[in-house]
Design a protein around this ligand. Structure first.
Ligand SMILES: NC(=O)c1ccc[n+]([C@@H]2O[C@H](COP(=O)([O-])OP(=O)(O)OC[C@H]3O[C@@H](n4cnc5c(N)ncnc54)[C@H](O)[C@@H]3O)[C@@H](O)[C@H]2O)c1
Length: 369
């Protein structure tokens, strides 16, 4: 088991990462919190696979666990579902000594974290991520939120977990498409922060991965090492800038285009990680056209992305104007200026404000035609 420590101004917490950790959730929690009632929040896909192990281990460690299983999917990340969870917690008599455990992907993690941040003005919570995306991204850093009819993640807070328990054994049951989406976020860390990580991934695919095979199957033992590296990078970035005033913005590499693609397709075509994968390719192209990134480096990054990730084909009916329009609704905009995180080299990015829009438009056109 690896322990990665995250230290932000509002809290310090361990991320435990390993294989087969779920059955030790209770023990790991006992190192941080006294025994008491615990509300475990999960979804209908994850609960049948992993809730029993988690509940049993909590019970064995002296906690009194209650389970709430949600339908799952982005549509449950709402204030209405949160209200249902408050009710369940009140009915179970959860007081300030209680904790909430989020057992599932980023949807469950964001929602249960939001409930923990607001129930009785805040109770501790534990992230037990079961998707690759949640392990390398959403479980670390304390962004908790629900969606609003007018946009995703608009109601939320920064609220750090008490601990994170990442059991990579859970990834075995993750559908391949979801795994690929998480892999996009994992590769992102190499591109924004760690040239050596990038080179390792390059070498890995050259040495071990026949074209078309995924990192998971071809090199499973290495996956743990890469997840650890990704969590360390995320931990370091959020430790330096918990509330996304500056440095943390680089985690949005690929996300300006990704959010526009998702919004322009009503969130029904791409998984988030797939949109990020496409968004990273578009950001590389934009950086190349703006001469921020050398042509050779751009080619290398594109090659890595194309060989590690699967890209859905561009949506056939999507019009460039729809993507351009969606770009201007972006949360990351500063005034009227669009903000892009662009690669300068493998492992290094910069923040680019208001690039000439005809070049942004060219990138979108090239992608769609
Ligand atoms: N808080 C943050 O910093 C942050 C960062 C990135 C994304 N997010 C949020 O994360 C959410 C997306 O998270 P996600 O990609 O994990 O999606 P998700 O939670 O919807 O999980 C994806 C699917 O996989 C299923 N699943 C989960 N684990 C499984 C397992 N081990 N075996 C089988 N099936 C499993 C789920 O039931 C679901 O159907 C979005 O709401 C996004 O806004 C938050």
């Amino acid at each position: 088991m690896f322990t990665i420590r995250v230290q932000t101004p509002s809290g310090r917490y361990p991320v435990f990462l390993g294989r087969g950790l779920l059955k030790n959730t209770g023990l790991l929690l006992a190192g941080q919190l006294p025994a008491g009632p615990v509300l475990v929040v999960s979804d209908k896909n994850v609960a049948p696979l992993y809730a029993r192990q988690c509940l049993q281990s909590l019970q064995a460690a002296g906690y009194k666990p209650y389970l709430k299983v949600l339908a799952g999917g982005e549509q449950v990340k709402t204030l209405e579902t949160a209200a249902g969870l408050y009710t369940r917690a009140l009915q179970a008599g959860l007081d300030r000594r209680a904790a909430i455990v989020a057992l599932g992907g980023g949807v469950v993690g964001d929602l249960a974290g939001f409930v923990a941040a607001t129930y009785l003005r805040g109770v501790p919570y534990v992230q037990v991520p079961t998707t690759l995306l949640a392990m390398v991204d959403s479980s670390v850093g304390g962004k908790v939120a629900v969606n609003h009819p007018l946009g995703k993640n608009l109601i939320g807070s920064f609220y750090q977990p008490t601990l994170v328990v990442s059991d990579v054994a859970a990834l075995k049951t993750l559908p391949a498409r979801e795994f690929n989406a998480g892999l996009a976020e994992l590769v992102k860390y190499a591109l924004i922060w760690d040239r050596k990580f990038f080179i390792d991934l390059e070498n890995l695919q050259q040495k071990n991965i026949p074209a078309g095979n995924s990192l998971l199957h071809a090199a499973q033992p290495r996956l743990l090492k890469y997840i650890r590296r990704a969590i360390r990078i995320k931990g370091e970035i959020v430790s330096r800038d918990e509330r996304e005033n500056d440095l943390r913005r680089i985690l949005n590499f690929g996300h300006t285009f990704a959010h526009a693609l998702e919004a322009a397709t009503d969130y029904a075509y791409y998984l988030h990680g797939e949109a990020v994968a496409c968004g990273m390719l578009l950001a590389v192209r934009l950086a190349e056209l703006l001469r921020v990134l050398e042509r050779n480096a751009a080619r290398r990054i594109r090659t890595l992305l194309r060989r590690l990730l699967k890209f859905p084909p561009p949506p056939p009916a999507l019009k460039p104007q729809a993507v351009a329009k969606a770009l201007f609704y972006d949360k990351k905009k500063e005034g009227a200026a669009l903000v892009f995180i662009l690669p300068q080299a493998a492992g290094r990015v910069l923040v680019c404000k208001a690039p000439p829009f005809n070049i942004v438009q060219q990138v979108i056109d090239e992608y769609l035609y």
